[in-house]
Design a protein around this ligand. Structure first.
Ligand code: SF4
Ligand code: SF4
Length: 269
């Protein structure tokens, strides 16, 4: 279940996918944002009013697929990487998926990559059609990949190489590349993190305390694995020997009465 695994199931995906009729008209955004968190850049980014204005900052985004033209502005603005654009009209047998991608190095246009499902499992091959990485895109590069049409609802990411042997997840880059973003919630890039390590902050909790890493809306789900990878390289220890830091409950005011009445069932919001 999504609440337990964090991985949406087919029913979750079908619930947010545009209709077949809309998909047949051209590119359109798919928003997989399932958790009420204080976040709304998708709505403010959309110039066509396709994402309803939020009454409450914790609202889930509601997209009017008929108003959406697939421009992808919202894709690069979403700090949760929760949005992609799907174009089922790209080719007879291929769909084009425009995905946010924050790992480095970026893939080469024209190269083949391994298509991954939402659990990170390899499900096929994909062709990198376009890589967009400009400051105007607010630091999140967009990578368009072509996949077989019957994989359009399955693929949500890709892997540049098939090297799964590295124990440390993390950021790999040449020294000449611009410093990639690590924590979008608090605007920390890789150079910021490496500077802190050189100053002696060499645990997740220490870095968190001086930089607020992991304390934004994503609650560390994106940034902490990346920083653990960097710490692993910096300290010469495998990630399994590093302290992943202290996780505290999120984040929204709850009355003592609600806590007292809680019956142990999984909460849906
Ligand atoms: S893809 Fe463009 S038009 Fe569609 S919801 Fe996103 S910003 Fe709005
Ligand atoms: S996580 Fe992304 S899709 Fe969800 S509310 Fe924030 S900007 Fe919108």
């Amino acid at each position: 279940m999504l609440e337990q695994t964090g991985i949406p199931e087919a029913s979750d995906i079908n619930g947010v996918f545009p209709s077949d009729e809309r998909l047949a008209k051209g590119p359109v955004a798919v928003i997989e944002c399932f958790q009420r968190i204080p976040c709304n850049p998708c709505s403010t980014a959309c110039r066509r009013g396709a994402i309803e204005a939020f009454d409450d900052i914790n609202d889930l985004p509601k997209v009017n697929h008929e108003k959406c033209n697939g421009c992808s502005l919202c894709v690069s603005r979403c700090p949760g990487l929760a949005i992609m654009v799907v174009d089922m009209t790209y080719a007879e047998d291929k769909a084009l998926l425009k995905l946010p991608y924050e790992f480095a190095p970026l893939p080469e246009e024209g190269s083949s990559v391994t298509a991954l499902n939402r659990a990170g499992e390899a499900v096929g091959e994909a062709l990198v059609v376009k890589v967009q990485n400009t400051p105007a895109l607010d630091k999140t590069p967009l990578v368009s990949i072509a996949v077989a049409k019957d994989l359009a609802r399955t693929v949500r990411n890709f892997r540049v190489t098939d090297d799964t042997s590295a124990e440390s997840p993390g950021i790999l880059r040449g020294d000449e590349a611009p410093s990639p973003m690590v924590c979008r919630c608090n605007d920390l890039d890789l150079d910021n993190i490496r500077d802190l390590m050189k100053k002696g902050f060499t645990s997740i909790d220490e870095i968190k305390r001086v930089s607020r890493l992991g304390m934004g809306p994503c609650q560390g789900r994106n940034c902490i694995p990346l920083v653990l990878g960097e710490l692993s390289r910096f300290l010469g220890k495998p990630v399994s020997e590093l302290d992943p830091g202290t996780y505290r409950p999120v984040v929204k005011s709850v009355s003592l009465g609600a806590v007292a009445e809680y019956d142990g069932e999984a909460l849906t919001e």
